[in-house]
Ligand binder design. Structure first.
Ligand code: AMP
Length: 302
């Protein structure tokens, strides 16, 4: 695996590559969820590029960037073992050189749900993703369903700004008890870790209500909420049912596809999860066609 840390090293390495390229962008502290993206890219392209960059512009003023886990040596070993060809692991000033002043401004979706909790977050994400796409020039970029709103933001940006890349979405990788893998899980105490899987059980409870014929949004939300309540989870940032393409909250009775999204706090740790309904859509193809599907045209950009 080649490792590039500067822009010129990356450009030289990228120029030497031929054939299709898949890219996986991460902030490091890698786990099996990230590796699921790498494996999907590996299966579909002769060349896989991974990036590791803890992007300061997606952290809010009240969020502790220095607390973000950094495990670069272990990350490198994992990527190498998965057969990644090129790792781009730049320092901050490589991505944001002195005088940097041009950013992507995301519209309405950036102020909902994760964006409401973190007002500057998605502008920072969109800006760094666009920069990394321009630097790595992949054919396909792989993102996790785990961060469904991020996928929708990126699909929208790619469509709106005519970025020549395809976006692929990989299902959420989970622990044996259903907890979505996340670099934040390491901050859960033993007791909190026992409570945390209730988030996935809450989504599953909405799914089984849906499967048994309840398509009334309020009833689906209550099914999920009651699981959180029973588990003693009182800090629910949001638990809603939205249109997967726009994240607009749904009301009334809907036949789907619909996305159950939630963020809760367990102790000091904020946990996110989501589930697309009907459940059969929680596959690579179902997600790629439904999460952030701006229009048919958006799948034909390349
Ligand atoms: P991060 O390093 O947290 O910014 O995540 C990098 C990429 O990995 C994003 O596309 C995430 O959605 C994805 N990812 C993180 N956790 C998971 C997971 N449990 N399953 C699938 N993808 C994930």
């Amino acid at each position: 695996m080649r490792v590039a840390t500067t822009h010129s090293e990356l450009l030289a390495a990228r120029r030497s590559l031929s054939g299709s390229v898949g890219v996986v962008m991460t902030m490091g502290a890698l786990h099996d969820g990230h590796l699921a993206l790498v494996r999907a890219a590996r299966a579909e392209h002769p060349t896989v590029i991974a990036t590791i960059f803890v992007n300061p512009t997606q952290f809010g003023a009240n969020e502790d960037l220095s607390r973000y886990p950094r495990t670069l040596d272990a990350d490198k070993a994992m990527l190498e073992a998965e057969g990644v060809d090129l790792l781009f692991a730049p320092r901050g000033e490589v991505v944001y050189p002195a005088g940097f002043q041009t950013t992507v401004k995301v519209g309405a979706i950036a102020s909902m749900y994760e964006g409401a909790a973190r007002p500057t977050h998605f502008d920072g994400v969109a800006t760094v993703v666009l920069k990394l796409l321009n630097m790595t020039r992949p054919d396909v970029a792989y993102f996790g369903q785990k961060d469904a709103q991020q996928v929708t933001v990126i699909r929208r940006m790619v469509y709106d700004l005519n970025v020549p890349v395809s976006i692929a979405v990989v299902p959420t990788a989970r622990e044996h008890d259903g907890l979505a893998l996340s670099s934040r899980n390491r901050f859960l105490s033993e007791d909190e870790r026992r409570i945390a899987p209730a988030l996935q059980r809450a989504l599953a409870s909405a799914a089984s209500a849906y499967d048994s014929g309840t398509h009334e949004i309020e009833a689906l939300r209550s099914a999920a909420r009651s699981v959180l309540h029973t588990a003693g989870i009182t800090t629910v940032d949001y638990l809603d049912i939205v249109d997967p393409a726009t994240f607009a909250p749904l009301t009334g009775t809907v036949d789907g596809p619909l996305l159950v999204v939630s963020a809760i706090r367990v102790g000091s740790v904020r946990l996110l999860d989501n589930l697309l309904l009907p459940q059969t859509l929680n596959t690579r193809d179902g997600l790629t066609a439904n999460l952030g599907a701006v229009s048919d045209e958006s799948f034909e950009l390349r």
